[in-house]
Write a protein that binds this ligand. Structure first.
Ligand code: ARG
Length: 471
């Protein structure tokens, strides 16, 4: 940029050639040009911008604004620009503000005066809203495919562990035994909801702002239903003011992405606990861990930690968009230009985190013996003992009290529940019999919870089967 206050770009500095230069007597201040430029961020919309422009050109042709030659010239020019960008042979110029004006300026440079007709009956306001929706549609498609792959990975891992017993926790304290497969299938359910939410978000995002022009629509007889259909949208947006200013779809995407990232973050938190020597439930291969520059023994689960950490960014992006929108009157305001960084960063970060999670799950080596060992500690079968007493006509509250006293006895003697002699148990409750030891086992406890959504190996195998059909 030139120091004299000009942008240094002859096309942008010259009031005659600036795209909106007509009413301006002075060139744009260099700082203002830099401050308002967004091309570094929004140039990644180029493909969708060109597609949107071609469909718009088709509409101008149908409306009689362009003749057949003009239309062909413009479409070919736009396609040539697409090819230039693809082979990295396009000179992005910040002085031309954004992706839209860069491409339009290049079009006129390539095809001459006729290029100046393309912007008839549209504004960058409906253009950018259309481009971003097109982009988001692709982003959601990619994320959906990744979620599906991740869910497949969870099923593969779970299939081998329907009989692997681990401690189920509440308050991070041993609660009741569960199977490892059951735990993994809880993750599957979260991912399944995330996928459904993305699909739902896509449904609302998939309407076309094109033809809303600056805010009020256009005086030209364009067919918004036709352009919407050509772009693969379900319908044209019903209100032009709303269409150019609405960023709900971006916000909704960021909200759904935040929730998905929160799920990944929670799973990673569990994996980080599981790989610690204190737990030892799973091992991650060396290739997925990093070491310490000072402590030679360290093997840290950094990938999982970073998924947890990056989730903070994703949530921050949602917050940024909410605050961006909260003060905006109808219709378009330049604030909206700031929507892209958080939106793009959210998609990019989630794509990376989903990839990381899929890799971690495929690489994870479970240690069933360590899981079982941990489940043996902490009286995980205490509820089963109480349920046993209930089946012998002891009211549940009384059963709870009796088992509580049995646990206190165990704590004092430093033994497990099934190591208390029958005489001592019968002293606590005469209805206890020899057969109680059958319910005081981890395998008995998980097998007994044999219903839809329960942890029994049979129930979990059925859940995995249903999940496979769902996928
Ligand atoms: N680059 C802008 C955006 O991303 C679109 C430009 C609309 N500018 C305007 N002055 N109406 O929102």
């Amino acid at each position: 940029m030139a120091k004299d206050g000009n942008t240094g770009n002859p096309a942008a500095d010259n009031p005659e050639t600036r795209m909106w230069g007509g009413r301006f007597a002075e060139p744009t201040d260099a700082f203002v040009a830099r401050f308002t430029a967004s091309v570094d961020v929004d140039k990644r919309l180029y493909h969708h911008d060109i597609r949107c422009s071609i469909v718009h050109a088709n509409g101008l042709r149908a409306a009689g604004v362009l003749d057949a030659d003009e239309h062909r010239t413009i479409v070919e020019g736009l396609e040539a620009i697409g090819a230039e960008v693809e082979r990295d042979d396009f000179d992005w110029d910040p002085a031309l503000e954004d992706v839209h004006m860069n491409i339009e300026a290049r079009l006129t440079e390539l095809v001459g005066e006729v290029g100046k007709k393309l912007h008839t009956a549209r504004s960058r306001n409906d253009q950018v809203a259309t481009d971003v929706r097109l982009w988001l549609r692709d982003a959601i498609g990619a994320i959906d495919a990744q979620l599906k792959e991740l869910m497949g990975g969870i099923l593969d891992l779970a299939s081998g562990h329907t009989e692997t017993v681990m401690p189920g926790l509440t308050h991070l304290q041993t609660a009741q035994p569960v199977t490892f497969a059951h735990h993994l299938m809880a993750w599957f359910e979260m991912a399944k909801r995330d996928r459904a939410r993305f699909r739902d978000c896509l449904e609302r995002a998939n309407v076309s702002p094109l033809g809303s022009a600056a805010l009020a629509g256009t005086t030209f007889p364009i067919d918004r239903v036709a352009s919407a259909a050509e772009l693969g949208f379900d319908a044209p947006a019903a209100n032009s003011l709303d269409a150019v200013s609405d960023r709900d779809f971006a916000l909704e995407f960021c909200a759904v992405a935040s929730l998905a990232a929160v799920h990944l973050s929670r799973w990673c938190e569990e994996i980080i606990l599981w790989v610690s020597p204190q737990w030892g439930f799973v091992t991650l291969p060396d290739a997925y861990c990093t070491g310490s520059s000072i402590m030679p023994q360290k093997k840290n689960p950094d990938v999982a930690e970073l998924v947890r950490g990056k989730t903070g960014r994703v949530i921050g992006n949602l917050n940024a968009l909410l605050v961006l929108m909260k003060g905006q009157p109808l219709a378009y305001n330049r604030d909206n230009q700031e929507d892209k960084l958080p939106l793009f960063d959210t998609a990019d970060t989630l794509v990376d985190c989903l990839d990381a999670m899929t890799r971690i799950i495929a690489a994870l080596e479970p240690h069933p013996a360590a899981m079982r060992d941990a489940a043996e500690r902490g009286f995980a079968v205490a509820t089963d003992f109480a349920d046993y007493l209930v089946r012998r006509d002891v009211p549940f509250r009384d059963a709870h009290e009796i088992v509580g006293r049995a646990v206190a006895m165990c704590v004092e003697r430093e033994v497990a529940l099934d190591q208390i002699p029958l005489d001592d148990l019968q002293a606590l409750c005469p209805r206890v019999d020899e057969d109680v030891y059958g319910v005081l086992t981890l395998d008995g406890a998980v097998a007994a919870r044999d219903h839809v959504g329960g942890t029994a190996p049979r129930a979990v195998a059925a859940a995995i089967e249903a999940a496979r059909r769902h996928l």
